[in-house]
Ligand binder design. Structure first.
Ligand code: ADP
Ligand code: MG
Length: 595
């Protein structure tokens, strides 16, 4: 049963999500599992006393106290059984909530530690999505595991009691159970194998269901009239599952009914034997009652153990993705002996023969690239789409490590630095920056979340990026909820979002600022203003900006033209124009379109 391999790691996760809750839940399960055998035993004692009274071996007066005490104990047992049951339910619910929270947080934490590369891999993404779904709603499994524990304990305590009265009886019972055991485990296995086989179909079903109700797909589904197509496919696939299930359920019904006939025969055989022993005087009537109760109870518990086990196996199957996700390890990590980022940086960043290809692809995006970004220098990086500009930024920020060559900071390989500390010194806004569906203030504060409540810092960052003008126009200013997802949210235009995102870079107060085409949605004049500001504000800092607009690019002290993964030309605007190469050509092309 491969699915059961998932159970120990899941138990560990359950334990971690609330050790006290688990411990208390187990404690009350121990109590509850001892109640049946104790109740049966106390009622045996009561019956024995009463038999003695009825047969005049003793008088009621002589045994009254004893009898009442037994009744009180029986009552106390019933009460503790029911109280324990309530408490078990209570702790199960608490544990389920804690488990959901614990796993959701663990999934978020773990996801944030994985390589960026992982996110660009569809298989990973799929797994992450499923892990997210599996993180929640596992109350059923937690309950089943607890129930299994209780059923096993109950059965053991009852068996011990039976063993005490008659080892033979226990042996007989076990022998009768074997066929049922084999049958149940055989079908549990078939069921597991079936569920496993059906997983791809179930994924398809999930996908179809989600597609049918998704906002992204709604437009096309309507226009192309795909509704019938989707529901038709859904019906076909679910019929497939349905038929397979029905087939197995039928076979199981037959086989299990026949086998349970054997075990039922066994129980009644033992019952007859106990009656016989009582009739010849070897057992008291109390013992008769005790053993009958115990036998029925034990056999019920044993058959429940089978169904609990197969339900655990079923549920554990669904956790495969979650566990596989937790097994994934990042490759871009800080070394144990990592050093802090230099403050201040004195020699800057140096690319030495850097080559890079994205994992799983053939093409070298960067091919023996060499360049130096010195402190106090502002470089503009240009090049056509797909030439590797963004890739350079990803290497500087260690979202990826180079395939060949080295990136140095102050003469030391970037891989020697502590990643988090390094990132603290770099402010980057990517072309596909995030639009957080949060307030304006939070949208800026994400640049450096410690400053969330420092409104004066956030204001000053907004002034620098020219976002203050945007925020002034919002009805609730800095506390305005942005985006359309939440009530009272106000959506911004692309250019307005960009100004807000830029404020994050300024808030960061980092030594290096990188803007990777974050201003494409601004019109040429607004972009010019933004970059003029950027130029004033980054005096003395290292800055790298990527833009397609030559009106902006020409402001940079040094311009690097990237082509085929290497530097084609570099120099100031005037030098490059005088040189009359690629830069001059591209500049003329763009200038002519404005004339
Ligand atoms: N995650 C990725 N996996 C595979 N190829 C990628 C990935 N990201 C970018 N590329 C490819 O690498 C090349 C350079 O991309 P990029 O650095 O984003 O270019 P630029 O920013 O200059 O437009 C492009 O050809 C792009 O298709
Ligand atoms: Mg890019």
């Amino acid at each position: 049963m491969k699915a059961l391999e998932n159970v120990p790691p899941v138990l560990r996760i359950v334990w971690q999500s609330g050790p006290y809750v688990v411990a208390l839940g187990l404690l009350f399960r121990v109590v509850a599992s001892l109640v049946p055998v104790s109740t049966a035993y106390v009622s045996k004692l009561i019956i024995d006393v009463i038999t003695d009274i009825v047969q005049h071996r003793t008088t009621f007066a002589a045994s009254a106290t004893h009898l009442w005490w037994l009744a009180i104990i029986e009552f106390a047992l019933a009460v503790s059984g029911s109280v324990a049951g309530r408490l078990i339910d209570y702790y199960d619910s608490v544990l389920a909530d804690r488990y959901t929270r614990h796993v959701s947080i663990a999934v978020m934490r773990h996801a944030s530690q994985l390589d960026l590369q992982a996110y660009e891999d569809p298989v990973f993404y799929d797994r992450l999505e499923r892990a997210r779904v599996q993180a929640t709603d596992r109350l059923g499994m937690i309950q089943s595991i607890g129930r299994l524990f209780q059923q096993v304990l109950t059965t053991l305590s009852l068996s011990a009691a039976i063993l005490f009265f008659s080892p033979w009886l226990l042996l007989l019972l076990i022998a009768c159970l074997i066929p049922a055991f084999l049958g149940e485990s055989h079908f549990a296995f078939l069921n597991y194998a079936k569920n496993f086989r059906q997983t791809p179909i179930k994924r398809q079903l999930d996908y179809l269901r989600q597609l049918g109700g998704s906002r992204e797909a709604a437009k096309e589904l309507k226009l192309f009239g795909l509704s019938n197509f989707l529901t038709g496919r859904f019906t076909d696939l679910s019929n497939q599952i349905f038929d397979e299930n029905l087939e197995l359920f039928r076979r199981r019904l037959w086989a299990v009914s026949l086998l349970s006939l054997v075990s039922t025969g066994g129980y009644y055989g033992s019952y007859v034997w106990v009656i016989y022993q009582t009739a010849i005087g070897a057992f008291t009537i109390g013992t008769l009652s005790f053993l009958t109760q115990s036998i029925i109870n034990a056999s019920n518990n044993i058959s429940q153990i089978f169904s609990t086990l197969s339900s655990i196996a079923d549920q554990a199957l669904f956790l495969t993705d979650l566990l596989a996700f937790f097994e994934m390890r990042p490759t871009v990590t800080s070394r144990p002996d990592a050093i802090p980022a230099p403050r201040p940086m004195v020699r800057g960043f140096e690319f030495q023969n850097v080559s890079f290809r994205y994992p799983g692809t053939e093409r070298l995006v960067l091919n023996r690239l060499n360049f130096h970004l010195e402190p106090g220098e502002r470089i503009a990086l240009i090049g056509q789409n797909g030439q590797g500009k963004t890739t350079i930024v990803k290497l500087i920020t260690r979202l990826y490590d180079p395939t060949g060559g080295r990136v140095l900071l102050d003469g030391v390989d970037l891989r020697e630095y502590d990643i988090e500390d390094l990132c603290r010194e770099i402010g980057v806004i990517f072309q596909d920056f995030m639009r957080y569906e949060m307030t304006a203030r939070e949208n800026i504060a994400v640049g450096r979340i410690e400053f969330l409540s420092d409104l004066s810092r956030i204001r000053s960052a907004a002034e620098k990026s020219l976002a203050d003008g945007v925020i002034e126009r919002l009805p609730r200013g800095y506390d305005q909820m942005l985006g359309r997802r939440f009530e009272s949210g106000v959506d911004l235009s692309g250019g307005e979002w960009q100004k807000l995102a830029l404020a994050r870079a300024y808030l960061r107060e980092a030594q290096v600022l990188i803007l990777d085409e974050p201003t494409a949605a601004l019109d040429a004049r607004a972009e010019y203003q933004v970059f003029e500001r950027f130029n004033e504000l980054t005096v003395g800092k290292m800055a790298l900006f990527i833009s397609h607009r030559f009106s902006t690019v020409r402001m940079a002290e040094r311009i690097i033209v990237l082509e085929d993964g290497a530097i084609a030309e570099e120099g100031s605007h005037d030098t490059l124009m005088a040189h009359g190469g690629r830069y001059a050509e591209m500049f003329e092309l763009q200038a002519s379109s404005y004339r």
